[in-house]
Design a protein around this ligand. Structure first.
Ligand code: IMP
Length: 422
């Protein structure tokens, strides 16, 4: 399958975990390249549900090497819990899992700062996952962060952490938040460092060695295009490059070694947290929540829902270079009579066929819709393209054409066997 980057083409939660799990079958290595444990990738294997936050979903298949690249920010306590949790249920984690020594570490003061900044923003809050992601990337860019290589060396950890905690505590106190205890954090992180040390390595060299031996790699994106720090609906975004370019910077594999980009998108639109969502619609939100769908896998928050927005997904195709599309959650629309698809925006007298960069303008845009007849038939048992109702096929073809990329997978449920290759 060569080297494939998989990205979310909307606002995250597109069902990437499941598609990654399916595509991993034909990859040798799965690489996570951005974000942290703000992500929650859900994978069903038979009747068992797994929610992965940091470890690539490839871990659920034996013989695959899973890599956390340098672009990820790691909460080591969360990672230790994730590893031991998976081991407890029989998933093997040993030589099949490595972590970059240059990935940055998330500390409790990052989480405190994240929470406190949200409080201070009041009604303008971002709606973060409060996992400390923004402050951790902030330290990375300010060149004061600690990396995994520091975590696994207790002498360096003590030295660098004491400096960081002094500064962070003075900021926390000034903001009216609780300072963190150096003694406690050092003890907890030293222990986590000892546990994680065998997994920490130079992943750039490892990936290049593997490539020279012909390994096929899958780059697992987290969050989605419109949560990207550069290409998303700033400031209502996460703090990393979630788009395809992030796969190169976040792993050390250069652009000319990437062969294909797969974009994952839902057959409708969702978003968690604040920020513009032009096609947001209460009727579709109520319908999906009533079906028990669209609650966040990391925070449990109800996701905001809306009609499919092809202006947004066209933009995603552009900035990621999406070749192939995996469209998920088709079955979520099985009972909808008339399905709307946003084909352009109206802002005052101006029509937009692309996404305006100005978040204020975007939040004032009215969607211009095309309508499609619903199929009113359950699709979750469909196993082939031909078994999908004709009206649903028309819909899938239309949204892939509007998005500007080839339809590759239609997904009609969370199971591996509910994946139709078109
Ligand atoms: P942060 O990444 O926790 O800083 O949150 C910033 C924004 O990204 C918030 O709107 C979050 O809800 C959103 N976000 C972060 N991670 C995910 C994810 O994995 N899926 C969906 N939204 C996410």
């Amino acid at each position: 399958m060569a080297n494939t980057i998989l990205v979310g083409a909307q606002w995250g939660d597109e069902g990437k975990g499941k598609i990654i799990d399916v595509l991993t079958e034909s990859a040798d290595i799965v690489v996570r390249y951005a974000g942290g444990n703000n992500a929650g990738h859900t994978v069903w294997v038979g009747k068992k549900k797994y929610v992965l936050h940091l470890i690539p979903s490839g871990i659920l298949r034996k013989t695959k090497l899973c890599v956390i690249g340098n672009g990820v920010v790691i909460d080591p306590i969360g990672l230790v819990n994730e590893i031991t949790g998976l081991q407890k249920i029989g998933i093997k984690i040993g030589k099949n899992f490595v972590v970059s020594e240059t990935a940055h570490v998330v500390f409790p003061y990052h989480r405190e700062l994240d929470a406190q900044r949200e409080v201070l923003k009041g009604k303008n809050k971002i709606g973060t996952t409060k996992r400390g992601i923004g402050p951790a990337y902030g330290d990375k860019v300010a060149r004061v962060g600690l990396r995994m290589a520091d975590l696994i060396d207790p002498v360096r950890l003590e030295e660098k952490l004491s400096v960081r905690i002094k500064e962070s505590n003075s900021v926390l106190k000034a903001l009216g938040a609780k300072p963190v205890s150096f003694k406690q954090v050092f003890a907890d992180y030293k222990k986590a460092g000892e546990f994680l040390k065998p997994f920490v390595t130079n992943t750039v060299v490892l990936l290049h060695d593997a490539m020279s031996q012909g390994a096929d790699m899958l780059f697992e994106g987290a969050q989605g295009t419109f949560l990207d720090i550069d290409h998303g609906t700033y400031p209502f975004v996460t703090s990393s490059n979630t788009t395809a370019g992030g796969a190169c910077t976040g792993s050390g594999v250069p652009p000319h070694r990437m062969d294909r980009v797969v974009g994952v998108m839902k057959a409708y639109t969702t978003r968690v947290g604040e920020g513009p969502l032009p096609t947001e619609n209460q009727v579709i939100s109520d319908l999906l929540h009533g079906m028990g769908r669209e609650f966040g896998s990391t925070t449990g928050r109800a996701r905001r829902c809306g009609w499919f927005d092809s202006v947004a997904t066209r933009h995603a195709t552009m900035v990621n270079g999406i070749d192939d599309l995996a469209i998920t959650n088709l079955d979520g629309l099985d009972t909808v009579e008339n399905i709307k698809v946003c084909i352009a925006y109206r802002h005052g007298k101006k029509r937009y066929d692309y996404m305006p960069n100005d978040v204020q303008v975007l939040s004032e845009c009215e969607p211009i819709y095309a309508e499609f007849e619903g199929w009113n038939t359950p699709t979750d048992k469909c196993k082939t393209w031909k078994q999908i109702p004709a009206k649903a096929r028309t819909y899938l073809n239309a949204i892939s054409e509007l998005t500007g990329a080839k339809l590759y997978i239609a997904s009609v449920g969370p199971g591996r066997d509910q994946t139709i290759f078109v």
